[in-house]
Design a protein around this ligand. Structure first.
Ligand code: GTR
Length: 353
C-alpha cells in the first residue's frame, strides 16, 4: 500500500547502489544536488575557538553546570562568532548532547523541557538561530556574509548557515571531556527541523538526527504534498534557500530528487522524524512516506530503516524498531514534551556503546 502511494505521487527512487561502498561514492553527488537546487552551498568547515563568558556551577538545583560560550572562527578573511548555551548534567562520565536549534534563547522554553532532559542524563547545547543569522533577507550581519553573492543560483540560504553553526557547535562540544562523541544529536522543530536535517546530512559526526514537524523542504515528500509547497515557501521565505529553488515553484516534478534523499543521507546513522496529526501545513503523511522512501539506504547496510505497518501511521503510533524512528503525535504544530520523551526513549534504546 505504501509503495502504491509513493508510485501514485511519482516519487523518484533513491540513486541506485548495490553496496554501502557504492552508496558512499554517491553521497557527495547527492549532497551537491541538494545544495545546487535547494539549500545552497555549504561553506567549508574551519577551525573554531571558544570562550566561556558565563558559568553557573550549581544550575538546576545543583544538578547541572550552565555555560555561556562564544564560538568564533575566521572565514574568507572575516571574523565570525555566535553564542551557545550549554547545560551539562553533573555526575555523569559521558554525556550525549542534544544540539538544539532553538527559536528563543531561554533555557526554560515551551519547546524545551530542559530540566527533564537533564534529569535523564542528556546535555543540551542551545543554538538560538537568530543569534547566528537573522530570519530575514539581511545577509550583512551575523554569519550572513558567508553567503557571499546572493545572486548566485547556489548561494547558501539561511538554513545552510544555521546548519553550519550547529556543526561548529559540535566542533566545540567534542573538545569537552564529558561529551559522548559517539552519541551526538542534532534536533530542531519546523524551519529548524529542516535545518537539523541539512546539518545531519552533511555532518556525519551526528549519530542521531531529529526533525520535528519540519514539513515542506524538510522531511516531507514534495511531489503531491498537501499544505505548504515550493511556490509558497520560496515566495514567503526566499532567504532560507538557494535562489535556484524558486525555479521549482509549481514544477516539483522537475526536481531531480525528492526530500527522502535528504533523509537517506543520514544512513547508516539514526534518523528520527516526529509529526503531529493536526499539522496539515507540514503534512504528516508526506513526512511518513518520506521515511518509507528513504529506508532502502539503510537496507544497503543490512539495517532496518523504517519498521512500520504497510499503511499510513495513525495518531499516537510510534515506530521505534528500525534505524528510522517515527511517531505521529495527536495535536498541532508544536515541539511538545511528548515529542522530546519519544526522542529520548528512542536514543536510550539505540544509544551507541
Ligand atoms: C511556517 C512555514 C513552515 C515552517 C514554520 C515554522 O510559516 O511555512 O515551513 O517552517 O513556519 O518554522 O514555524
Amino acid at each position: 500500500m505504501l509503495k502504491k502511494l509513493l508510485t501514485s505521487r511519482s516519487v523518484p527512487p533513491l540513486p541506485h547502489a548495490v553496496s554501502p561502498a557504492e552508496w558512499e561514492t554517491l553521497r557527495p553527488e547527492m549532497l551537491k544536488s541538494l545544495q545546487d537546487n535547494v539549500y545552497g552551498r555549504m561553506p567549508a568547515a574551519v577551525p573554531v575557538t571558544s570562550n566561556i563568558t558565563e558559568r553557573d556551577p550549581a544550575f538546576l538545583a545543583n544538578r547541572a553546570i550552565y555555560d555561556k560560550v562564544t564560538i568564533s572562527f575566521a572565514y574568507a578573511g572575516r571574523d565570525y562568532s555566535f553564542p551557545v548555551q550549554i547545560i551539562q548534567p553533573k555526575f555523569r562520565r559521558k554525556v550525549p548532547y542534544f544540539i538544539t536549534l532553538s527559536f528563543r534563547s531561554s533555557v526554560f522554553d515551551r519547546y524545551l523541557p530542559a530540566e527533564e532532559i537533564v534529569s535523564r542524563g542528556f546535555g543540551i547545547a542551545i543554538v538560538q538561530y537568530t543569534s547566528v543569522a537573522g530570519d530575514d533577507n539581511d545577509f550583512e550581519s551575523g554569519l550572513g556574509p558567508m553567503a557571499d553573492d546572493r545572486t548566485a543560483p547556489d548561494a547558501p540560504g539561511k538554513i545552510a548557515l544555521w546548519a553550519y553553526a550547529a556543526s561548529r557547535t559540535a566542533d566545540y562540544l567534542l573538545t569537552r571531556p564529558e561529551c559522548d562523541a559517539k552519541n551526538l544529536i542534532v534536533i530542531g522543530h519546523s524551519r529548524l527541523g529542516k535545518t537539523a536535517l541539512v546539518c545531519g546530512a552533511h555532518d556525519e559526526r551526528f549519530a542521531f538526527v531529529i526533525s520535528n514537524d519540519s514539513g515542506c523542504s524538510g522531511a516531507a515528500i514534495t511531489r503531491g504534498k498537501y499544505g505548504e509547497d515550493i511556490a509558497f515557501i520560496t515566495k514567503t521565505f526566499p532567504y532560507w534557500f538557494a535562489p535556484r529553488y524558486a525555479e521549482y515553484a509549481d514544477r516539483e516534478n522537475a526536481l531531480p530528487f525528492d526530500q527522502h534523499w535528504l533523509l537517506a543521507l543520514t544512513a547508516p546513522r539514526h534518523l528520527l522524524v516526529g509529526s503531529a496529526v493536526e499539522d496539515t501545513w507540514a503534512d504528516p503523511a508526506s513526512e511518513f512516506l518520506s521515511c518509507r522512501a528513504a529506508s532502502p539506504a539503510w537496507e544497503l547496510y543490512g539495517l532496518p530503516g523504517l519498521r512500520s505497518f504497510d499503511r499510513l501511521a495513525v495518531p499516537g503510533e510510534k515506530y521505534h524498531e528500525g534505524y528510522i524512528g517515527y511517531h505521529l503525535r495527536p495535536g498541532a504544530h508544536f515541539m511538545a514534551r511528548t515529542d522530546w520523551c519519544r526522542y529520548m526513549d528512542y536514543i536510550a534504546a539505540h544509544r551507541n556503546k
